[in-house]
Design a protein around this ligand. Sequence first.
Ligand code: SF4
Length: 181
Amino acid sequence: MADVNIEKAPSGQEGQGFFATTLDGAVGLARKNSLWPLPFATSCCGIEFMATMGSHYDLARFGAERVSFSPRQADLLMVMGTIAKKMAPIVKAVYEQMTEPRWVIAVGACASSGGIFDTYSVLQGIDRIIPVDVYVPGCPPRPEQIIEGILKIQHLASTESLRRRESEEYKTLLASYNINQ
Ligand code: SF4
């Protein structure tokens, strides 16, 4: 039990009285364990997120308990629920107001693909308007699945190069969504 919730250091060189690692590794460690989620919850999947934040599943164990409703103070957008086409510009505006580095999880079938609502009024997945890093399947997904999604984001955050957000590949990705950096 002693090692529970003890974060491992990134790989590096250590000796008596010193430990050296890369800047990417140190920053990745900090980012991984201080995600600030912005829950954009529109329907049933949002209820599962509430359970994920509760004491039983306790998202605080992953350093992500500081939920933000201000896009400028959040780095993880979690879209949970059906997104009507009328609401799509709002989701995009929230994403654009977030600072880099930012990550996105599409939680549940509706956010990922429109789900059962294959209709004229529902956006058929939020990746039509913003880039998505992780998709969590399910209708609704259980809290364990949402936590799995967070763990995948943590992996991305801890292994991402500090130069990625400045790369041509990333700029091209945003440009394909008509998003200015
Ligand atoms: S995926 Fe299912 S549970 Fe989630 S918002 Fe859509 S209909 Fe509701």
